[in-house]
Design a protein around this ligand. Structure first.
Ligand code: COA
Length: 321
């Protein structure tokens, strides 16, 4: 038995911040941001929108497309590193808003790999018959942990949500999924303080993302290449068996380098970050949903999704849609 994605949904906040807008706030240029990152604009949640609001919208859209009753969902997992509050978790907040009563609901914290981690767990619940209909969401409001005076990071990060509904199926399905992590890279992309660790002498950027961009770039490219080759080898597949590659949407230069190393034509890679920036756990489901809605990705296609994020954490998932 397989788990199969029966529908996807996504949501981006209305507020658009262009590179030109950022030129007014920090020492940068539209040309620099476009050429170094591929990002042209990003979406930023309004002050009254929390991560759960974005997650709820994406989940609702997926439920509508799946044409299922929300009550049939018996598992909710949200990948996020920017929950509204410590508790209740984002899963239970959207559970209540969706009117779902009989489900487990929790969130998974694996930064930009959060969606792949959440999907991997949901797949295990479905295949062990502990769940019959899972709602998996990747949602983040990175704008809330971004230092808007730091040009090294604020041009990259943004807000959004994407969702998928999984059900059991006799036909494939999720073919494989591998997760990994290496905490030794923790200091390349991190938030210094948080819930239990508090600063002795608080500074304005204590609760914001700090990044050694250059080093993250190099590890990301190497890791994304090696985990792809491992995932394909385990399935006795090669890159030509993949119809669509959906990598985490962090930087088009990372994506192009990985595609080149793997020998996959760039036309077979879904790239959406130009209009929404790095939305962390939302980036892969946003790209998947957009790929399907645009008609590029079709039923029966084989897709390889690649997550990579702070921690570092990473994950692969090969699916037949
Ligand atoms: N506008 C203009 N100049 C900028 C800038 C900005 N927004 N941000 C940095 N610069 C400057 C730097 O200060 C540096 O100037 P210097 O040479 O005078 O010191 C110069 O540009 C080059 O900086 P560098 O960090 O080497 O640039 P880069 O080519 O590595 O690009 C990133 C920077 C952040 C775009 C790139 O490293 C990256 O995308 N890294 C991965 C980030 C990522 O994916 N994070 C999430 C992982 S989930």
């Amino acid at each position: 038995m397989f788990s199969k994605i029966i529908a996807t949904g996504s949501y981006l906040p209305e507020n658009i911040v262009t590179n030109r807008d950022l030129e007014q706030q920090i020492d940068t240029t539209d040309e620099w941001i476009r050429s170094r990152t591929g990002i042209e604009q990003r979406r930023i949640a309004s002050i009254d929108q929390n991560t759960s609001d974005l997650a709820y919208e994406a989940a609702n859209r997926a439920i509508d497309k799946a044409e299922i009753a929300a009550e049939s969902i018996d598992l909710i997992i949200v990948g996020t590193c920017t929950p509204d509050v410590v508790t209740p978790n984002v899963g239970t907040i959207i559970q209540e808003r969706l009117g779902i009563k009989n489900s487990a609901a929790f969130s998974v914290e694996a930064a930009c790999s959060g969606f792949i981690y959440a999907m991997n767990i949901a797949d295990k619940f479905i295949r062990s018959r502990d769940a019959s209909c899972a709602l998996v969401v990747g949602a983040d409001t990175l704008s809330r942990i971004t230092d808007w005076t730091d040009r090294n990071t604020c041009v990259l990060f943004a807000d959004g949500a994407g969702a998928a509904i999984l059900q059991p199926s006799d036909t494939p399905g999720i073919l494989s999924s591998e997760l990994g992590a290496d905490g030794a890279y923790g200091d390349l992309l991190y938030v210094p303080y948080g819930t239990s660790r508090k600063p002795e002498q608080p500074k304005p950027d204590d609760y914001c993302l700090h990044m050694k961009g250059n080093e993250v770039f190099k590890v990301a490219v190497k890791t994304l290449e090696s985990i792809t080759l491992e995932a394909l080898a385990k399935q006795n597949m090669n890159i030509n068996d993949i119809d669509w590659l959906i990598p985490h949407q962090a930087n088009t230069r990372i994506i192009h380098s990985v595609a080149k190393r793997l020998g996959i034509p760039i036309e077979k890679v879904i790239i959406t970050l130009s209009h929404h920036g790095n939305t962390s756990a939302a980036s892969i489901p946003l790209a998947l949903d957009e790929g399907i809605d645009s008609g590029k990705i079709e039923s029966g296609d084989t897709i390889l999704m690649l997550g990579f994020g702070a921690g570092f954490t990473w994950g692969t998932m090969i699916i037949k849609l």
